[in-house]
Ligand binder design. Structure first.
Ligand code: LMR
Length: 327
């Protein structure tokens, strides 16, 4: 009898406790970014969302906030991430220079030969060291996603250094990019990505530099007549989350999150080349596109050399040389 009562009590207590234990608090991942969905970053973000929601059976939700609708990806977005108001941010590498100036490697003129060179860099020890350097800020660097090479647009053709004299160009906030524009006899005007179209339209700046997919999806062709395929630097991303969020996940959720990032990483590399190629085809119908001759390119590279004199040591010669040594 006593045994039976004991069993009954156990069954009853299980019945009371089980639903509470099963009602695990759903995890919401807010992912803020400044580009549209139809970009390398936007496509990778959508792949991450699909993967995580499916693998967790809906117990983990990913909310995407594209086109700067929640935060810009300057200090505003970074602070939101540090304080766990958002859980994922994928800013362009240079936007992390406040934590480590070496992230401006991406702006160094003509450092990367091609997309494959950048991909190999992301798998290198130097790249892992850069990611690890974010830890002291409470951030966790999860990897690099590509966009591609940057090109200039303006309302006049830009082929040689002398074409840039006296013009103002929107750039991201970066000492390297300021030095780059100075080396070309032009001025850098740092502006948030969400402000560029209007600045071009109102003549606050004469031109800008960005990847083909960003130029196309931001519709700069409506306010710029010429696209010069200078390919003088890169715009690529660092995928970051924060420690508060990552530590709040149980091992299974953490695995799903990390697998989702790895899946999105593959999608980013697949999509970036394709989207930039598609963008060039579409832009060619809307703008006058100039290719640089080998002589023009050599003149541009020579004109930008002082950037290395000024910023080589700040970005770090070890890192620059490690990137150059990648075959
Ligand atoms: C920019 O500000 O031009 C870029 O960082 C935008 C982006 O995220 O591609």
């Amino acid at each position: 009898m006593i045994k039976r009562i004991g069993i009954l009590i156990s069954v009853l207590s299980l019945a009371l406790v089980a639903p509470m234990a099963l009602a695990v608090k759903p995890v919401t991942i807010k992912f803020s970014f400044v580009t549209t969905l139809n970009t390398p970053k936007g496509k990778a973000a959508q792949a991450f969302k699909e993967y995580v929601e499916k693998a967790s059976g809906g117990a983990m939700k990913v909310e995407l906030y594209p086109s700067s609708q929640l935060y810009k990806d300057n200090a505003e977005g970074l602070n939101a991430l540090i304080f766990n108001n958002i859980q994922l941010l994928v800013p362009s590498a240079t936007k992390l220079k406040g934590y480590n100036p070496a992230f401006q490697f991406v702006d160094m003129p003509y450092l990367f030969r091609d997309n494959d060179h950048f991909k190999k860099f992301t798998q290198s020890e130097a790249a892992q060291e850069l990611l690890a350097s974010l830890e002291k800020a409470g951030l966790v660097g999860l990897g690099f996603w590509p966009n591609g090479f940057k090109h200039f647009t303006a309302n006049k053709p830009l082929r040689r250094p002398e074409d840039f004299k006296g013009l103002k160009f929107r750039t991201q906030t970066s000492g390297v990019l300021e030095a780059q524009m100075k080396a070309l006899g032009a001025t850098a005007v740092p502006l948030a990505f969400s402000e560029v179209y209007q600045a071009l339209q109102q003549g606050v700046v004469d031109g800008q530099e960005n990847t083909l997919s960003n130029i196309y999806t931001q519709r700069y062709y409506e306010v710029q007549k010429y696209l010069s395929l200078t390919g003088h630097g890169r715009l690529d991303y660092v995928v970051i989350t924060n420690k508060i969020f990552l530590n709040s996940l149980d091992p299974e959720q953490k695995k799903i999150f990390m697998d989702g990032i790895a899946h999105a990483n593959e999608v980013a590399f697949q999509e970036a080349v394709k989207l930039n190629e598609d963008a060039l085809a579409k832009l060619s119908e809307k703008m006058t596109v100039s290719e640089l001759s080998p002589e023009d390119r050599a003149a541009m590279e020579a004109a930008m050399k002082p950037v290395y004199d000024e910023y080589g040591a700040k970005v770090g010669w070890d890192l620059i040389n490690a990137i150059k040594a990648i075959k």
